[in-house]
Design a binder for this molecule. Sequence first.
Ligand code: GLU
Length: 428
Amino acid sequence: MTEQLNAFKMAQAQFDHVAELLNLAPQARAMLRQPTREFKFQIPVRKDDGSVEVFYGYRVQHSDVRGPSKGGIRFHPSETLDTVRALAMWMTWKCAVADIPLGGGKGGVAVDASTLSETEKEHLCRGWIDQIYRNIGPRRDVPAPDVGTNPQMMGWMMDEYSKLVGEYTPGVITGKPVGGGGSLGRTEATGYGVVFAIREAMKHLGIDSSKSVAAIQGFGNVAQYAAIGFIEKLGGKVACVSYWDREDRTPYTISHPDGIDPKYLKTITDIYGTIDKEKAEEQGYVIEDSGAWITKDVDVLIPAALEGQVNKDSVQKISDRVKILAEGANGPTTLEADAVLKEKGIFVIPDFLCNAGGVTVSYFEGVQNDMNFYWSEEEVLNKLDEKMSKAFKDVLDMSKEEDVYMRDAAYMVAIAKVVKAMELRGWL
Ligand code: GLU
């Protein structure tokens, strides 16, 4: 049995712990432990058979003190207001730690998008914008993709917003397709950012990346580019990834004795992340149960799926060889598991530092939209590397100076920046 996870309670507990360490003023705590604004709305969608189905959508704006709220929209069957609140709060810390002038927000729809046709998905995306367009915008709140949403959906949403406000407004949303206002490098950004953070952690710990092996949970956008980057940029091997099988409605781990080839696996993965088992097995891949990824004898574990995956049960199965836990997902580690990681001496690259690459390139996308001038992929990825390396250094320095765990150090860096902006705006 895994512990019951309420992501928002977990996010608040992490915040409270560091607020205490920082002796934060009560007014600042009150403003930051709850979202600034939240919206819940109905989205009626006309289905292909002519019927209408009503979905529930959310947008939570946790903070806009450092700039417009920023964060993705998640389409997931078990999406709740509390998950969105937690994710919105983590976005505030993420943008602060990455030192980009944006706040934190998150949105969602409770839906299994794999049950919808392309047209129905488009109606749902446009319907989400129809309900919230008055409360978002390039200077208010800028959504982006997350679990279950993709660049095409961002393209539809940008189009709907532009029609409603009567002018082309690419900066209302990021993660758009390249050629439709998107930035080169945005698709790879989160996964590559994870890899840049791992590279810096390895330098700090004196680990030779070319001899290292990683195990990854997930095979969505973040996991795919984390795997490709780990092999191509660090020269390491990836033992396994995991994926959700749409037909069996079960997750699996997929490994290969020589290390997986993520580029090949991508070619046999459908848009919902299901890998073609038969084709993989023909190539020597082995299908294992979903929990197998965390038990692997590797140097680096990269949870890059959903919240709560490193929990009080699974954390016990981590091999003694593991040196680094790089959190590609948001909130993958529960509070109880965190305590065990500390005891085991595993170096944690906390989520809102580790996966900040996505929102960093989203910020670059917004800047390019504002200028109406677009950079090369090389320029984007170099700027991303600079930002990730600097953010990693800031957090590592803080953890050394204050002699605290990396997660607490990341919170300290982030909260200090947010509180400073509150002071400068005269809120405190
Ligand atoms: N959904 C991504 C995240 O959790 C990206 C957010 C963005 O680009 O705004 O960081």
